[in-house]
Design a protein around this ligand. Structure first.
Ligand code: ADP
Ligand code: MG
Length: 604
């Protein structure tokens, strides 16, 4: 092989590693956590710039031909570390600014706009970043010790970059495969539901913006140390699209896909265009065609193969657990105590009766329409209470208000004697106030058993730090959770679907998954919104009996249902809601004796 070819290959190794690290960060944010960070390239640019000004001598050096802040002339590896840290830190002001509104479109557009503004600032404000000219003559790592022009140096640099990429891959995989990673995927599939199960979305999104930002920053640092240039023109927001293309084409939600995508798209395209003679067509045509090709590829993949070349793997957690329980190794096997269907700790001691939840004049206002209009209600501990009323009466809105997913305009909500009116949803869930949704709300790309164990509160592997400590730290608890899930799945007849994606089940089965998942969250008060919709009446009766049993054991349930036969058999007392107001309360027998007015609503 010629010298030139060898140099070329060494270059390729470095560029490939840079792209892989960047794509892994985006894969974590977009593929796993479902955050569309359209400003991703900004994080890479910031990392690269940081590495440059940490490594560069003061800007008075070299005759002062360029201006920049910093210029500390710090040795390797400080510039690289700085690149990663700054890449992560710049996510913070953004998340603080946007706060809990940091969801879907807001985050996507907000980050895009931030990236564009940043690019404008950089290219037009000379003292900070030397304007459009960018920075050059950035010192390379250890350039005083080794000759950066030598081929050995190039190969060592490439190998170092590849090692960093490998490290990033394994770190991210560790996080993704942990209970915390499962919570991230749950958030991706349905944020509102994850919230109602006690997941702190803001904290998870912030963590992922910081972590992905660190990967982006690091990749920028590695790049600038190699090419010794920092050109603001190279970080146009459109570059983000190339990385998105890589993740989507490779397979989002799968870090292997991100690696493949990085090698196919940014690296592949860049290199392929080298071999096309530039004399072909007018100047600028090849790069323009490259954009067209990337655009077509994204659209094509989203249309024909949205899962990418290497799809996200289905995690057969249940099969894994059965294997572990069969072979008694490292003390994990053996009977696992199962608190799934028993009352929550401390509950047994509390006397039955008395209100577990009460409201005073709760009003929910949807832009002038009062969906809930002054509801004062109290839910008695240990009872299976019912809530009925015609369509649009405000039943679902009332449950949402109790769980904290809609804002209460007036009134107070007390849970376990504590005023929770202002408490965020996920904290109410952690306190034991758990709701289900009227519309299908399973985590589609989680299996049935993953849906269930995702709801278990306080798992040690379900924090960022816990996830870093690996399976040894949380594996045992995971097995116990799966064991509890197994009991429920057996009880509800879904055991054979344990490792099936919940999104592939029938409507009725998905409802069962939601009920089971809510039970796994160890609720003290469970709010069920039309849980029997789409479920066969005979099964509904079995479930009703089960729910009654749970209440006898100390749980409290408030259930919305329009099937009056179900109310007759299982619920006492029952509240009638109409046009946002409580019309009547009592046993079904009493309600049926009530005036004709009620009769009209009972039928409705
Ligand atoms: P129910 O569950 O008893 O059928 P809902 O609570 O779903 O009734 O709805 C009560 C009223 O509030 C309806 O008039 C509905 O159109 C309205 N509503 C519900 N959710 C919203 C919303 N997010 N924005 C505006 N109006 C809403
Ligand atoms: Mg409803």
């Amino acid at each position: 092989m010629s010298q030139a070819t060898l140099f070329y290959l060494a270059n390729l190794l470095t560029y490939g590693a840079v792209d892989v690290i960047a794509c892994l960060g985006l894969s974590m944010q977009f593929g796993v956590a479902g955050i569309s960070n359209f400003g991703y390239i900004l994080f890479q640019a910031a990392g690269a710039y940081t590495a440059a000004i940490l490594a560069l001598p003061p800007d008075t050096a070299n005759g002062g031909f360029q201006k920049y802040i910093g210029g500390w002339g710090l040795p390797f590896p400080v510039p690289l570390i700085g690149a990663a840290v700054v890449g992560g830190l710049i996510a913070l002001p953004f998340t603080l600014l946007v706060g809990r509104r940091l969801t879907g479109h807001v985050a996507a557009i907000g980050l895009l706009v931030t990236a564009v503004m940043f690019n404008l600032l950089v290219t037009n404000f000379v003292p900070l970043f030397n304007g459009a000219a960018g920075l050059s003559l950035v010192p390379q790592p250890l350039q005083n010790v080794f000759n950066p022009q030598s081929q050995t140096y190039q190969w060592v640099y490439g190998a170092g970059a590849a090692l960093l990429a490998l490290g990033t891959y394994f770190l991210f995989r560790r996080i993704t495969e942990s209970p915390y990673g499962r919570s991230l995927r749950a958030m991706r599939d349905n944020g509102q539901v994850a919230d109602s199960l006690g997941k702190d979305l803001l904290s998870m999104r912030t963590a992922m913006l910081v972590l992905g930002g660190m990967a982006a920053g690091l990749s920028g640092g590695v790049l600038v140390g190699f090419i010794t240039l920092w050109d603001p023109g190279a970080w146009g927001y459109a570059e983000t699209i190339v990385l998105f293309a890589a993740v989507i084409i490779g397979g989002s939600g799968n870090h292997k896909g991100a690696v493949l995508g990085a090698l196919l798209v940014p690296l592949g395209f860049e290199e392929a265009s080298r071999f096309i003679p530039s004399s072909l067509g007018p100047p600028g045509m090849i790069p323009a065609l490259q954009w067209v090709a990337i655009g077509l590829l994204i659209v094509g993949f989203l249309w024909f193969r949205p899962q990418g070349v290497i799809p996200e793997p289905r995690r057969k957690v249940f099969a894994w657990a059965q294997g572990r329980l069969a072979g008694p190794r490292d003390g994990v096997a053996g009977p696992v105590t199962s608190p799934a269907m028993s009352p929550p700790a401390g509950e047994a001691a509390t006397p039955r009766g008395g209100a577990i939840l009460s409201t005073e004049g709760v009003v929910v206002d949807f832009g002038g329409v009062k969906a809930v209009d002054g509801v004062s209600l109290s839910v008695q501990r240990g009872r299976l209470s019912g809530l009925i009323g015609p369509n649009g009466a405000g039943k679902s809105t009332l449950l949402a208000a109790l769980a904290g997913s809609v804002r209460v305009a007036e009134g107070r909500i007390y849970f376990e004697g504590q005023d929770v009116t202002q408490m965020p949803t996920y904290l109410r869930a952690r306190a034991g106030l758990v709701r289900t949704f009227q519309l299908a709300s399973e985590f589609k790309r989680l299996t049935v058993v993953e849906n269930l164990i995702s709801a278990v509160p306080g798992q040690r592997g379900d924090t960022f730090r816990g996830s870093l400590r690996g399976r040894r730290y949380w594996g045992r608890e995971e097995l116990a959770a799966i064991e509890r899930a197994r009991e429920l799945m057996e009880r509800f007849g879904l055991i054979e679907y344990a490792d099936t994606y919940a999104g592939n089940l029938s409507g009725g089965q998905r409802r069962l998954v939601e009920i089971m998942r809510a039970l796994m969250a160890e609720p003290r008060l469970l709010l069920l919104d039309e849980p029997m919709a789409g479920i066969h009446p005979s099964l509904a009766r079995k479930i009703g009996a089960n729910l009654q049993q749970l209440c006898a054991e100390g749980m409290t349930i408030l259930l919305v249902e329009h099937e009056l036969a179900f109310m007759d058999e299982f619920c006492d007392p029952v509240t009638v809601l109409a046009e946002g107001r409580i019309l009547a309360e009592g046993t079904m027998v009493e309600l049926r004796r009530h005036a004709e007015v009620v009769e009209a609503y009972l039928v409705g």
